[in-house]
Design a protein around this ligand. Sequence first.
Ligand code: HEC
Length: 104
Amino acid sequence: MSFLRTILAAGLTISASAAAAQTAGPNDGRLLASNCMQCHATNGQPRPGFSSLAGKSASEITGEMLEMARMTPGKEPEKDLMAVHARAYTRAEIDLIAKYLASK
Ligand code: HEC
């Protein structure tokens, strides 16, 4: 009986951690946003030609990301790089990134 209980408990633990792996962790936004820094910088002083993301609200960042994801390639060539990037994220990931960046 106790053997059965142990197996049952182990099974529950495994399925609980599998479920946890699919929900957002506290550092997911930071991890995802680390991709942005090579171009936009971490200190609000990006390289010439790149906007600073510092001081933007989460809804501004989300809005701009969604807008860029919908852009027609070639219309504003200087943004094509970012449009490709923006399209690569799910809506949930964009929200995590925006929330993290706005908190900095
Ligand atoms: C390979 C370089 C590169 C990376 C990496 C990158 N971006 Fe960009 N981003 C650009 C370029 C180029 C533009 C268009 C020019 C500009 O406004 O900086 C842009 C524009 C933006 C804008 C619009 C800024 C404005 O004021 O119009 C936002 C918001 C933005 N990026 C967010 C992000 C986020 C969030 C990430 C990370 C998930 C990211 N970018 C990663 C190159 C990059």
